[in-house]
Design a protein. Structure first.
Length: 170
């Protein structure tokens, strides 16, 4: 079967990440009970200059594999990832900022993992990691805006983009 342009991964270790802007709802204790929605703010990839970032992407919030396996692995492994010198852990999906915030609250993310909206998977498309309208399932280790490791799932499930795999590469 031929690989389409959309399926080709263009980002690789050693590349500088493309510029991008995400929206997200910063966590605050007022959001905990679910009666507040918060106000989305912008985050630029430029904010990661000089930082070590673990970014993982899921096709969609509240979808079976993402909800049961992918995000929970990073919540559970958060402390171990931070112990490896990581400054920022971020989850990306094509969902809007409110959905990402709500999903993070349900999963107990609090202020640990940035729950970023990659609207229309625009930034993921720059990486060659968009599938249809959604982001693909992938993970990047980024150090001072340079990609150190790329894991892109080619089959269903969470293997090369999961927290355990990332920990082994930090």
């Amino acid at each position: 079967m031929a690989t389409t342009q959309e399926e080709q991964v263009t980002i690789k270790a050693g590349d500088t990440i493309p510029n991008g802007t995400f929206s997200y709802v910063p966590y605050s204790p007022e959001l905990a009970d679910g009666r507040a929605c918060g106000v989305p703010v912008k985050l630029s990839t430029d904010d990661w200059k000089g930082k070590k970032v673990v970014l993982f992407s899921v096709p969609g919030a509240f979808t079976p594999t993402c909800h049961v396996s992918h995000l929970p692995g990073f919540v559970k492994g958060y402390d171990a990832i931070k112990e490896k010198g990581v400054d920022v852990v971020a989850c990306v999906a094509f969902n809007d900022a409110w959905v990402m915030s709500g999903w993070g609250r349900v999963e107990g993310v609090d202020d640990k993992i940035l729950m970023l909206s990659d609207a229309n998977a625009e930034w993921s498309a720059k990486l060659g990691l968009k599938s249809g309208e959604r982001t693909r399932r992938y993970a990047l280790i980024i150090d001072d805006l340079v990609v150190k490791s790329v894991g892109v799932e080619t089959r269903p499930g969470v293997n090369v983009s999961g927290a355990e795999h990332i920990l082994a590469h930090l």
